[in-house]
Design a protein around this ligand. Structure first.
Ligand code: FAD
Length: 361
């Protein structure tokens, strides 16, 4: 006789960190429940993945991702020896270096929230200070991805779903008597069983299309990756520094790559190639050298990197994982009011969505 629970399927739409974490949580706590991930793209990871880049002929992360030691879920993917200390900050104008996170909190907030620090919602600031970047110095260690986001995180998490369907873009939910009855993928539909649940683990723009809600405003992030002939050492032997008085916010060094990151970037404000040249000149100032030539580089602007985390947007984020359909639940980094949008929040949203779905008859 079939076990009643094993007949239940959780349909997880979206294969980013939130969707993958949903499958992981289900497998850990309720292995009898079947999970299926439907992902629109041809890879898992959503906004955090690695790919083979043609310009630099090597594997790159779609964007450098940093994780702070206080992030309890993401910490699982980083070995003790791999954490780097709290950041140093370099002022290009004065040439001064300091390590004070208090004096540099505007830069830290801007990077955490991809939003000008003066605009960040106070509730999010509080959450960051209490849990994400707390006062305890020991928890302020940092890890950053070294073109290994997929290998280190995404591939590990991918193993927990019972089935993964790539190139499955959800077009709409077809409802019956107020309940979601079918997932419509255009070319075919998937029936939803009476005890099945649907988790929409989508980015805000796509989720709003499915649930007919108003999309939130988004901000961009730029990464400029320079491929150097050798490893470049940054001030005081640091592998990453916060930068003040320049055109970029952070500089990360690993093997023969230097990555400059700009948060809360206004697209089309500069030609990206010109910006890369200007930033290389600023990197020269930090290094105290005068380079004879520019290395090969790749400049990428990710337009809708995260939602803008200001008071207005934060007030429109959901208070819980429920949707208008009793059997559909919402996850995703944007879906947790008062939280900064990051991988750790994507995981927290998955936990909330799965717990809510499990408790809902
Ligand atoms: C440039 C950049 C830099 C970042 N830096 C950091 C950092 O340093 N540290 C950090 O912690 N976080 C960082 N983040 C944020 C982090 O990447 C996200 O918070 C996290 O990846 C969000 O995961 P998610 O699963 O909520 O959403 P997503 O990763 O967006 O996943 C949603 C998935 O749903 C899929 N999808 C969309 N529509 C449909 C549909 N209709 N049907 C089926 N599938 C669909 C998408 O293809 C995607 O795979 C950065 C993000 C960007 C873009």
């Amino acid at each position: 006789m079939m076990n009643a629970v094993s007949a239940v399927t959780y349909h997880i739409v979206g294969g980013g960190i939130a969707g993958l974490a949903c499958a992981w949580l289900l497998k850990e706590k309720h292995p009898a429940i079947r999970s299926v991930i439907y992902e629109a793209g041809d890879h898992l990871g959503g906004r955090a993945y690695s790919y083979q880049d043609k310009t630099l002929s090597r594997v790159l992360d779609n964007s450098l991702h940093a994780v702070v030691g206080a992030n309890s879920f993401m910490s699982r993917f980083v070995k003790k020896s791999e954490w780097k200390k709290s950041p140093l900050f370099f002022d290009i104008t004065s040439g001064q270096i300091d390590g004070s996170v208090y004096a540099n909190q505007d830069l830290l907030l801007k990077s955490f929230c991809n939003t000008a620090s003066k605009d960040v919602a106070p509730q999010i600031k509080r959450k960051i200070l209490r849990s994400f970047f707390p006062f305890t110095p020991a928890k302020r260690r940092v890890w950053f991805s070294e073109q290994n986001l997929s290998q280190r995180i995404i591939n590990v998490l991918s193993g927990y779903a019972d089935e993964v369907c790539l190139r499955h873009k959800l077009h709409k939910i077809i409802s019956q008597f107020g309940m979601a009855a079918q997932l419509d993928f255009g070319s075919h539909q998937v029936d939803i069983g009476a005890n099945d649940k649907i988790i929409l683990a989508l980015d805000n723009l796509n989720c709003s299309k499915i649930l007919h809600t108003i999309p939130l405003e988004h901000n961009a992030i730029v990464n400029i990756i320079y491929q150097t002939s050798q490893t470049i050492f940054l001030p005081q032997g640091s592998s990453f520094i916060g930068v003040k008085g320049g055109s970029f916010d952070w500089l990360f060094s690993n093997s023969n790559l230097l990555t400059a990151v700009i948060s809360d970037y206004i697209p089309e404000q500069d030609n990206l190639s010109h910006l890369a040249i200007k930033i290389w000149g600023e990197i020269d100032k930090i290094r105290g050298v005068n380079s004879a030539f520019m290395p090969a580089f790749k400049a990428v602007c990710i337009k809708n990197a995260t939602i803008k985390q200001d008071i207005i947007n934060n007030s429109h984020r959901p208070d819980n994982a429920f949707s208008q359909y009793p059997n559909v639940f919402v996850a995703g980094d944007w879906s947790m009011k008062d939280y900064p949008c990051c991988m750790e929040t994507a995981f927290n949203s998955a936990k909330r969505a799965i717990n809510t779905a499990l408790k809902t008859a």
